[in-house]
Design a protein around this ligand. Structure first.
Ligand code: ADP
Ligand code: MG
Length: 406
């Protein structure tokens, strides 16, 4: 039975810091899944997030073999567009040492990896080129384990996947432990959700309720206040009986939204709806943009942001919180005309003295666009893994480490 993960477990998992690494063969699973186009890396944020663990391992005299997946190649086949070669180059620049790319077949791994010396690092080619990686195949997992004295899981962003490199290998490796990034993520998420300073307020925005139903239902039970935002709020607004015009809305989920809202209200929790919204007949800002009361939306208008009064009210709720968990923008923040609501909320979270944690691809883009990155307590590197944690699900990459505990 995998142990249910709620913060406390993080401290029980062995840490890379606990081991004497001198001369030891370390196999470190990182999440180096960077955006890449025509061999050029877009953002290298994920490579940078891996640096503390790798630096520690190298400085402590470890013989380091790093590994990651990149994109979604067809398993079992090499795809030059998704080679780790550019990642090896960038990693080498950031570490200021050469990073050899190991593209040998699995049977040649032991020979090819044997000459990695203490303080040196090599990188395996894209793990998803290997048949058996996503299937969590035992033979592949054990071949990986054969390359190391210590397996280090530091890929929080891939911890929600039960793959050979994130899960299976931990079973066969002589030793298995967590790297510093995984530890930091589990600690921050645990602090926000397991023993939060109250009130705990969650902001869940973004596009669709259907992609975050589990998150909404799980958070609704844990938090003192839940602020639905963006397209997600539209379904809650419709559930409360308002006409949302041409807004993005999921009619099939109106009942679920209503149930979540009623349950929260019955237990005396906050689940506010906007009092004013920003609407337009066009998403691209080419049509007039108006602020309307919730009961005055025309049939051809879309709700594309929260209004200023709502932003102030939500801001006050956030500033009174002890802990804030934020996922998902409150409007179509990519367009200036509909960015103000998300910007105001991001700034309120940044201003608040609450312990704040944010995660999600678009949420991080918003945090960076509105320059609050340095003012949040923690930014999660995991999109899918962050959401699954919020849902209260067990992360296989973490439970595989827990399963090794005596
Ligand atoms: P994250 O990646 O942070 O988890 P999502 O992917 O769920 O966030 O949602 C982000 C998207 O939601 C953005 O592209 C944004 O434009 C869109 N969005 C936000 N509010 C609305 C809205 N009112 N109507 C339509 N789309 C919206
Ligand atoms: Mg997204």
């Amino acid at each position: 039975m995998p142990v249910h993960l709620e913060g406390t477990s993080a401290s029980r998992i062995p840490s890379l810091r606990d081991f004497d690494l001198e001369g030891r063969r370390l196999l470190i699973r990182e999440d180096l899944n960077v955006p890449i186009k025509d061999g050029v890396i877009g953002s290298d944020a994920r490579i940078r997030a891996a640096l503390p663990g790798l630096r520690h391992a190298l400085e402590a005299g470890g013989r380091v073999l790093a590994m990651s997946h990149l994109g979604r190649p067809k398993p079992g086949r090499f795809d030059p567009a998704l080679s780790m070669a550019p990642v090896a180059v960038r990693l080498g620049e950031l570490l200021d040492r050469s990073v050899r790319l190991i593209d040998a077949g699995v049977e040649d791994w032991p020979r090819t990896c044997a000459d990695i010396e203490a303080g040196q690092i090599a990188l395996l080619e894209n793990l998803r080129f290997l048949p058996g990686e996503v299937e969590n195949d035992d033979a592949l997992s054990s071949a990986m384990a054969g390359l190391c004295d210590i397996y280090v899981m530091d890929a929080f962003g891939s911890a929600h996947r039960a793959h050979a490199s994130t899960c299976g290998v931990a079973r066969f490796a002589p030793c298995a432990c967590a790297g510093p990034l995984l530890e930091a993520e589990l600690e921050a998420l645990g602090r926000a959700l397991a023993k939060p300073d109250r009130p705990l307020v969650a902001v869940v925005g973004g596009a669709k309720v259907s992609t975050k139903l589990g998150v909404l239902e799980s958070l609704a039970e844990k938090v003192d206040g839940l602020i639905p935002g963006g397209g997600i709020a539209n379904t809650f607004i419709a559930a409360a009986g308002f006409d949302v015009g041409a807004s993005l809305m999921e009619p099939d989920l109106v009942d679920r939204a209503l149930r979540i809202r009623r349950a929260m209200i019955e237990s005396g929790k906050d689940i506010p709806l906007p009092v004013d919204v920003v609407v337009s007949t066009s998403v691209d800002g080419s049509a007039p943009v108006e602020v309307r009361a919730l009961d005055a939306i025309a049939p051809d208008e879309m709700i594309l942001d929260i209004g200023p009064q709502t932003a102030r009210a939500y801001g006050a709720l956030i500033e009174g919180a002890g802990t804030v968990v934020w996922n998902g923008p409150l409007g179509v923040f990519e367009r200036t005309a509909f960015a103000a609501g998300t910007c105001e909320i991001a700034k309120a979270i940044a201003r608040s003295s609450a312990f704040s944690i944010a995660g999600g691809g678009d949420t991080l883009a918003a945090a960076s666009a509105f320059e609050v990155v340095d003012d949040l307590s923690y930014l999660s590197t995991g999109g899918g893994a962050f959401l699954e944690f919020l849902e209260g699900r067990t992360l296989p990459g973490v439970s595989a480490l827990e399963a090794r505990l005596p």
